[in-house]
Design a protein around this ligand. Structure first.
Ligand code: DGJ
Length: 730
């Protein structure tokens, strides 16, 4: 059993294959965090120290012991109101407007299986073989009737511990949640770095690592979306932790809206890491009898460096977050019309693209933005999800039938949460857009955000989407979202502080309805590229368009950063034209293909018809290769062999879990002087075994490969690229 309560010691212990997590209900009923680290037995309450630290560290009134203060003790669910002055997870205001609560242990329950969260995405387990278990610990504030049910889930084989909470009002008066975060991890000592994944539109999720010093460091999003700027993944490490050695702890938020991730070093050199909902424009009233779901955080620990953190998260997200038949299937290799034609296409030009795509061996044509209403540019028509048959020169069904007859699937783009002022939907329902009465709303890409907290708005959009999807054999949907929320006002909200949270709850409800009605539909998430690349979206969309930046050079950095928290199966990656639209860079087609092949959502996004014959040959070959390796991209272990920002060669690897095969990919970024050989050193092969290079007669000893590596062809020009495919012999 992975979860255990020791009633004599008051400890809850969670064991996974390689880790142990422990907390304790102390004699006053407070829930203290004791330990999260390498697997161990026993009681770790000896780690907690007590000393009279002066009146500056308050003690609860019923504790006649000046060495006892929540301001110092490691907390499991830090709350404001009983003396802990560090960053709280929970801040509550009662009916009289007073802040403060005092949460103490009431009861707990341990059960088999993984808990779910009503209305919100959460890690799931569908097989008893996972040995998943759940723990619920209820804390209560007797003055207000506030109850917090802390939920812990464990996937022991994957070293995954999840946390979430449900806050209930069991009292007789309303109270207001001013801050409701999910999880903190208190470390009683240590010298740490914190790694976050920062960027901007078209340059998302670059890892940045910095020392944890006194005070508080935070990243987050107040944009109503998880954002292109900061990603809801945070990793705490020892100062000397590397890719393959040292301790690391991570948190990933299973939520697609605003978030806050913080790390604080306190007066006694202790460190608190925490994650949860953003508290900006947040103020959530709970009437008696109401409850509030605090979304999930996935936690994992590694004693073997950052690579192990990623492997744990990849395994968890691939099989315990992503759902539906596409979770385990090869994804269609697609041609997307966006960078091929932007808004400038007709039914005929799409058919020509489909002809060429079929000839080269692709699986699907995706009609991106521009097919509906009078959408000839990005100034109009969002919200009017009716097919522009004039532009297509016929019905959607005729187009899809043609594409299907070519042997290709058909996919379509939508941006359902948005509305243009120049649209029939907006003219009919101006109040459906988020806008503050008396204030002109801010525009983003000339569009407004629909109020997804409203059921009538969601119903309209759902019906419009179904009407399109039911017209023809549409097997893929790209779900885009291209601006952040500025004007937070919903016409019927009882408190405007509820809107951002209710918006995301509404979005999840809409996506869930769609997934239920179209279980075979492959949905790819997108938000101006990677603005909502988060675990919450992956519950509904098993792949996400990673970035609008399709330049292979920049993509190596973006995909490298993305890989820390997310599996490559989720990465949408396309080969686009050169020079690149965004930065004008020229990278050979071979390297562009190799970089895009590191994504489970592989495809092309350029005018295939206009390419020279040699390019068609290369593309045909890339597609054949991808089909042979895609199972490793989707299910294999991913290794970051070097860093695209620090090393002259960017190299990565996918290896089968059992070591039977591996692909090692490398792109030379910097060429210096003349004649220097670069070596790539793989990992994850079977020690002592011999490996054969596929399509070659070369044989290599695994130990030598993993020690000295393999030389790349000596290159005199940047972007020389190479894929080695190794198969274990015998
Ligand atoms: C932003 C997306 O990231 C692009 O791929 C494309 O779909 C455009 N929107 C279309 O407007």
């Amino acid at each position: 059993m992975s979860l255990h309560f020791d009633s004599a010691a008051g400890t809850f212990t969670i064991h996974t294959a390689n880790t142990t997590y422990q907390m304790k209900v102390d004699e006053y009923g407070y829930l203290l965090h004791l330990y999260y680290g390498a697997r161990t037995e026993g009681c770790m309450d000896y780690l907690v120290t007590y000393a009279d630290r002066s009146g500056m560290c308050a003690s609860p009134h019923d504790v006649a012991d000046r060495t006892y203060s929540l301001d110092v003790l490691p907390q499991e669910y830090a709350f404001q109101g009983a003396g802990d002055m560090r960053n709280p997870l929970l801040v509550v205001r009662d009916a009289e407007g007073t802040f403060g609560c005092d949460l103490r242990y009431v009861r707990h329950e341990i059960r088999d299986g993984k808990y779910g969260l009503p209305g919100f995405p959460a890690v799931y387990s569908e097989s008893a073989d996972d040995d998943a278990q759940s723990l619920s610990v209820v804390l209560a504030d007797k003055r207000t009737g506030l109850e917090v049910e802390l939920l812990y889930g464990v996937l022991p084989k994957l070293d995954i511990v999840t946390r979430a909470a449900i806050i209930r009002n069991t009292g007789s008066k309303k109270f207001v949640l001013k801050r409701a975060q999910t999880a903190c991890l208190d470390m009683v000592h240590g010298d740490f770095d914190v790694i976050t994944f920062d960027g901007r539109h078209a340059m998302e999720r670059r890892p940045s690592r910095r020392a944890v010093t006194h005070g508080s460091f935070s990243v987050g999003s107040r944009r109503g979306m998880s954002s292109n700027q900061y990603n809801p993944v945070m990793i705490l490490t020892d100062r000397d932790t590397t890719e393959t050695a040292g301790r690391a702890w991570s948190m990933s938020f299973v939520y697609s809206g605003g978030f806050l991730a913080e790390v604080e070093k306190d007066q006694y050199e202790q460190v608190r890491m925490q994650m949860g909902l953003s508290d900006e424009q947040f103020s959530y009233p709970l009437e008696p009898g109401e409850q509030f779901v605090v979304p999930e955080v996935i936690m994992t620990y590694s004693g073997a460096g950052l690579e192990k953190i990623s492997h744990n998260l990849h395994r968890c997200i691939r099989k315990h977050v992503c759902r539906g038949p596409w979770r385990d299937r090869p994804r269609p290799i697609l041609l997307n019309s966006w960078e091929a034609a932007y808004f400038d296409f007709t039914g005929d030009s799409l058919c020509r693209l489909a002809d060429k795509a079929a000839e080269l061996g692709l699986d699907m044509l995706v009609m991106d933005d521009g097919w509906f209403g009078n959408r000839c540019d990005d100034l109009r028509a969002l919200g009017d999800w009716t097919v522009n048959e004039e532009k297509l020169g016929g019905s959607l069904k005729q187009l899809v039938d043609y594409v299907n007859a070519e042997g290709l699937k058909f996919g379509i783009w939508v941006e359902p949460e948005m509305v243009s002022e120049d649209s029939d939907l907006y003219r009919a329902h101006p109040d459906w857009a988020l806008a503050i009465p008396g204030k002109d709303p801010a525009l983003g890409r000339d569009q407004l955000v629909l109020d997804m907290s409203r059921a009538d708005v969601r119903e309209n959009i759902f019906e419009q989407l179904c009407a399109v999807l039911d017209q023809a054999n549409i097997e893929y949907l790209k779900w885009d979202y291209n601006r952040s929320i500025v004007d937070v006002y919903s016409r019927f909200a009882t408190d405007q502080g509820k809107v951002l949270y209710d918006y995301i709850a509404g979005l999840y409800e809409l996506l869930e309805r769609l997934v239920e009605r179209y279980p075979n539909l492959l949905i790819e998430g997108c938000s101006a590229g990677g603005g909502r690349f988060d675990v919450g979206m992956l519950y509904y969309t098993p792949q996400i368009w990673t970035s609008d930046n399709t330049d292979a050079h920049d993509r190596m950095t973006i995909q490298y950063g993305t890989s820390f928290g997310y599996p490559c199966s989720a990465v949408g990656a396309h080969v686009s034209a050169c020079p690149n639209e965004i930065n004008g860079r020229e990278v050979p087609l071979s390297a562009r293909g190799l970089v895009a092949m590191a994504g489970g959502g592989f495809g092309y996004e350029l005018d295939l018809v206009e390419l020279p014959e040699r390019a068609w040959e290369i593309i045909t070959h890339q597609i054949e290769t991808y089909r042979e390796i895609e199972h490793l991209v989707r299910e294999g272990l991913y290794y970051r062999l070097s860093s695209p920002k620090k090393d002259p060669v960017c190299a990565w690897e996918f290896a089968a879990e059992d070591g039977s095969e591996a692909i090692v990919c490398a792109v030379v970024i910097e060429v210096e002087g003349y004649g220097v050989a670069d070596y790539v050193v793989p990992r994850g092969l079977t020690p002592g075994a011999m490996y054969r290079e596929v399509n070659s007669d070369k044989v290599y000893p695994a130990d030598a490969l993993m020690d000295m590596g393999v030389p790349l062809p000596i290159s005199s020009a940047p972007y020389m690229s190479r894929m080695y495919r190794f198969e274990r012999i015998g």
